[in-house]
Design a protein around this ligand. Structure first.
Ligand SMILES: [Zn+2]
Length: 343
């Protein structure tokens, strides 16, 4: 058996392999490894991040990202993986990840204390209680126990109308005792809308990581965001708009499109495809982001759904629908789509 100290020694013997697997580009100067910060967005200073091989600690000099994740190597791995997957990655996952990279048998490791952040555990409990509560009192479908301001002030600063945010029940958690503090809460419903199955917590502070926190245990492969609101119009028009993000759905709603859903990330899962093929929808309007990953998602959808659906890929002029003014969506996007396909 080996302890974590021993594991860290093994990691630092092969630290360059570990950093490469975290997709980091770096330079080594003596004891220190320098890089842009791999955790916070938009880091362009190539000395923003340093890792001391001798002390085995890292520092993000511009934003202090180590304060969010811990300044040892496991904190770094958790931070980078959380950032790249968009979901919180705990200590245990980080450990298993590095074992895989370095070919260490994880069964040989004795972990004294699993340092899983309490917040993520607390998160489960809140929403479990909350869901039970809602089963009894459906009228309070937005009733998160914590102090939440509706409609979300954060998303109002992003240009969404109050009425839109009320419609989608988006509020900001301002309760210091909640793990969702300083996050906008976006509820996700089951397919018939009778229940909130999870929340997405989007940071309202640019320095907070990860950007999106999902209710723990939420299986995002099984759901499409906004399906329960979209399905009636989608059935009557035989058409559904598929986007990458919740903001895209809200912006389309502001432009008069009520039959829009979003996936949670870049790929449509088998379960989501099954949901679509089981519905009466025959046309999909695909609005993935206008970036490399979005274009790849588009190709993937073309390949997997091209034979089953009539696919429409409107030309995009902005990065994503959520960033476009309503007038531009109406004049540039909706004009490429028949008026009988949305409502
Ligand atoms: Zn940073």
């Amino acid at each position: 058996m080996m302890d974590l100290k021993k594991v860290k020694s093994i990691i630092f013997k092969d630290i360059e392999l570990v950093l490469s697997n975290l997709d980091m580009s770096y330079e080594i100067l003596g004891d220190n490894i320098y890089s842009t910060c791999p955790i916070h967005e938009g880091s362009d200073n190539c000395r923003a991040f340093s890792l001391s091989k001798d002390k085995r600690i890292w520092t993000c000099w511009t934003r202090g990202c180590q304060e969010d994740y811990g300044n040892d190597i496991f904190g770094l791995i958790q931070g980078v993986l959380s950032q790249s997957t968009g979901e919180p990655v705990g200590f245990k996952e980080a450990l298993l990840w590095v074992c895989k990279v370095l070919n260490i048998d994880s069964h040989d490791i004795k972990v004294e204390k699993v340092e899983e952040p309490d917040d993520f555990v607390k998160l489960v409990n809140i929403f479990r209680n909350n869901t039970e509560h809602q089963n009894n009192k459906l009228s309070e479908s937005t009733g998160v126990r914590y102090n939440v301001i509706h409609p979300s002030p954060y998303f109002q600063t992003r240009g969404f109308a109050e009425s839109t945010l009320l419609h989608f029940e988006v509020g900001d958690c301002v309760d210091k005792s909640s793990p969702m503090h300083n996050r906008s809460l976006i509820p996700i419903h089951n397919d018939d809308g009778s229940e909130i199955v999870a929340h997405i917590g989007r940071t309202t502070k640019h320095y907070m990581k990860p950007k999106f926190l999902f209710t723990k245990g939420f299986d995002k492969r099984m759901f499409l965001y906004n399906y329960h609101r979209a399905i009636d119009v989608a059935t009557s028009t035989s058409c559904l708009f598929v986007t990458e993000g919740q903001g895209d759905v809200w912006r389309l709603y502001e432009a008069g499109v009520n039959n829009a859903v979003s996936i949670f990330g870049k790929t449509l899962t088998e379960q989501q495809i099954h949901k679509l093929t089981s519905s009466e929808v025959t046309t999909l309007v695909v609005l993935t982001d206008n970036d490399q990953a979005g274009r790849e998602a588009k190709t993937d959808i073309q390949r997997r759904l091209g034979r089953m659906f009539n696919l429409i890929f409107p030309r995009m002029t902005s990065k994503d629908i959520g960033d476009m003014p309503v007038e531009l969506i109406e004049s540039k996007i909706l004009t490429q789509i028949g008026g009988n396909l949305y409502g």
